[in-house]
Write a protein that binds this ligand. Structure first.
Ligand code: ADP
Ligand code: ZN
Length: 657
């Protein structure tokens, strides 16, 4: 911990640590003090201080006797008791008997001066109201304080927000960040500037002040920012956008001020703001909650700070987000975050590089084929890959191996993709049967449909909470586009699960819900977005969303009701049509499915090769023309040919368009 912290510990006495107790004691003392001092609203209280010894509690009948004997000069009637003053200055009090309606007429008849009084006074009354509120505030402050403490701050840490700001000098280098070559190139200039600011300042070059790193979680944005600091050998101030949003208005702004103050003091330096959308969300978009003052103040302070220093001050602000579209436009203006660097999910080659980076620190067996792992992990981010290797190392360790084997990596990949294996979760035999047929249906369609992705594994071991079984498809290359027949093929594969349930079980289940949703979405996007159907022709009904998913912007419908109806009809009828042909295929391959299910029952997991073998054998036995398009060997060949194919593909594309 820092020096600042140890200083604070010295000052921390009991009361500082227990604000609630302090507060409660304080309140009680105050209340008691004032209750004693002020008393009630009676006029007799004026001489309370001097004549307390001359007051007497009497019974009601005694009191009545006093009235009768006319020895009272004045009577005050409260809500629950009566005070009376006798001629000689003695004060009598008695409890009021509420039912005594004759009291007033008795006083009248004796000609005694009487009046009413309120037993409470403004102060106790007010305190009675205020106390619960104060108590709630006290409790709230207590918990807020604990929360802040657990985050490294202290109670009411408005002044000492410096504690929240930690700087380090990372030794991360560009070599540690793999698979994002373009992004690295783009930030290279910043490294140069931080290293040799004078060069740039002399020439008068304008260096960007703020750079927005845009990409999905775990793609290495933080890592890249650190590497910039590491390469330039400058301090790295890192904060999370959400940590600025505190319960107390004004704290966030103060933190921003402190952050910039320190970074400028230590310049050249880097400020990294992770999840900047927490502060920088568009003010227009965030209006639902009636505006967030704290966030707005923090944002304004950030803007003011960024405008406040010139491009000759070597402080660079890097900010990360995966939702640039929600950011306030003010943040993106020139002189602020006017540059965006895409830190994308890695492609095949990128994944190989990232895997290699993380394998450096782990003992790998000779049987490890990085390419194969990279193939299986299309769509995963760097953080997932790092995790996979670590998981594999843990698996190997558990099995007391000296090195991490390919099989460990496979298992780890499966876990990452399909969620943690829940071997302990038993599914009942009926469910198992449904799942086996369902997944076999997917697998058969995947292997016998032109344009479908090949199966790499079929499993009926439940994983995670949702999936009872799963079929892993092998993406042979990174898909950045799909042809129409491939999309239809995917629809068929998705429908294969439900169709198998119908054909082989004779009843359908909820297990196909997700499949149906996805197949519907595919057809919808063909109509709406890709101009692949006659329904809307080339007309686009819905603009493709921003590529950074999660923006959640509600698209407004820009087409007629009739068009909507036609689209619905088209989706429904093509699902029916495809479902029909899928059923036919399954009936044709009944024996193959039965064999697959048998093997699944035996082994719970079967490989893509086993699936293909079963199908090809079945086709041979029944003299069917094989629909399994590539044999196992051909697939392997194809992978090797990948590199050469890329060039040829490009040529083909040019010619066919
Ligand atoms: P982000 O900030 O984009 O959410 P991080 O930088 O925090 O992602 O990534 C978390 C971890 O994942 C890193 O510390 C690193 O171990 C690993 N990682 C992510 N991307 C990469 C990459 N491109 N190269 C190497 N490792 C990566
Ligand atoms: Zn399914």
């Amino acid at each position: 911990m820092s020096k600042q912290n140890s200083n604070d510990d010295k000052n921390n006495n009991f009361f500082n640590k227990n604000p609630l107790i302090t507060f409660a004691i304080f309140s009680i003392v105050i209340i008691m003090l004032f209750k004693g001092l002020v008393g009630d609203g009676s006029a007799f209280n004026a001489n309370n201080g001097t004549s307390t010894s001359r007051s007497k509690q009497v019974s009601y009948s005694e009191f009545k006797g006093l009235i009768e004997s006319k020895s009272l000069s004045k009577v005050e009637i409260g809500q629950s008791y009566i005070k009376a003053k006798s001629a000689d200055g003695m004060i009598y009090t008695t409890r009021l008997i509420p039912g005594d309606v004759n009291l007033v007429s008795l006083l009248d008849s004796k000609g005694i001066d009487y009046s009413g009084f309120s037993e409470t006074n403004w102060f106790t009354e007010m305190f009675g109201w205020l106390f619960p509120f104060l108590l709630i505030i006290g409790i709230w402050m207590f918990f807020a304080g604990r929360m802040q403490k657990s985050m490294g701050g202290g109670i009411l840490g408005m002044g000492n927000s410096k504690k929240m700001i930690n700087s380090e000098k990372p030794d991360t280098k560009f070599d540690d960040v793999a698979g994002v070559e373009e992004a690295k190139e783009e930030v290279q200039e910043i490294v140069d500037f931080l290293k040799y600011p004078a060069r740039y300042v002399e020439i008068g070059a304008k260096i960007p002040k703020g750079v927005l790193l845009v990409g999905s979680p775990g793609t290495g944005k933080t890592l890249l920012a650190k590497a910039v600091a590491g390469e330039a050998d400058v301090p790295f101030f890192s904060v999370n956008g959400s940590s600025f949003i505190e319960m107390f208005v004004g704290v966030g702004a103060a933190r921003v001020r402190d952050l910039f103050e320190q970074a400028k003091k230590d310049a050249p330096s880097i400020i990294f703001i992770d999840e900047i959308d927490a502060i920088g969300k568009s003010r227009a978009a965030g209006g639902m909650m009636g505006g967030n003052d704290e966030r707005e103040q923090t944002l304004n302070q950030l803007l003011a700070e960024m405008d406040g220093f010139g491009t000759d001050t070597p402080v660079i602000i890097l900010a990360a987000t995966n939702r640039p579209e929600v950011l306030d436009a003010a943040l993106l203006r020139p002189g602020r975050f006017d540059r965006q660097v895409l830190v994308d999910k890695p492609d095949f080659e990128g994944r190989v590089k990232i895997l290699k980076v993380h394998m450096k620190s782990v003992k790998m067996d000779d049987d490890v084929e990085i390419d194969e792992i990279a193939r299986l992990t299309a769509g995963l981010a760097g953080a997932d890959l790092a995790n996979i290797i670590n998981e594999a190392a843990l698996l190997a360790g558990r099995k007391s191996q000296k090195t991490v084997k390919q099989s460990d990596l496979f298992e780890s990949v499966e876990r990452a993709i399909a969620g943690l294996a829940k071997k302990s979760r038993r599914i009942n035999p009926k469910e198992k049967k449904i799942v086996a047929y369902h997944e076999s249906g997917h697998a058969l369609l995947a292997e016998t449909t032109d344009g479908a992705k090949k199966v790499s594994k079929v499993s009926i071991v439940p994983r995670g909470l949702a999936a009872l079984g799963y079929t892993l498809n092998k993406p042979e290359e990174d898909r950045f586009m799909m042809q129409r027949f491939e999309m239809w093929a995917e629809v068929d594969v998705l429908l294969g699960g439900r169709a198998a349930e119908e054909v082989f079980i004779g009843e359908i289940s909820t297990g196909a819900g997700n499949d149906l949703e996805r197949s519907t979405d595919i057809i919808k996007s063909m109509v709406q977005t890709y101009g692949m159907t006659d329904v809307a022709g080339l007309m686009v009904l819905e603009k493709s969303r921003q590529s950074f998913i999660g923006g959640g912007q509600q698209a407004t419908r820009e087409y007629s009701d009739k068009m909507a109806e036609e689209m619905d009809n088209f989706i429904k009828s093509s699902l029916e049509e495809h479902y029909g042909s899928v059923i036919k295929r399954l009936e044709e391959y009944k024996g193959a499915i039965e064999n697959m299910v048998e093997l699944l029952y035996e082994k719970e997991n079967i490989t893509g090769d086993e699936v293909r073998e079963i199908i090809v054998n079945f086709e041979k036995e029944n003299n069917l023309k094989s629909k399994v398009i590539e044999s196992v060997n051909e697939i392997k060949e194809e992978l090797k040919e990948d590199a050469k194919m890329v060039k040829k593909d490009v040529k083909d594309e040019d010619q066919t368009s």
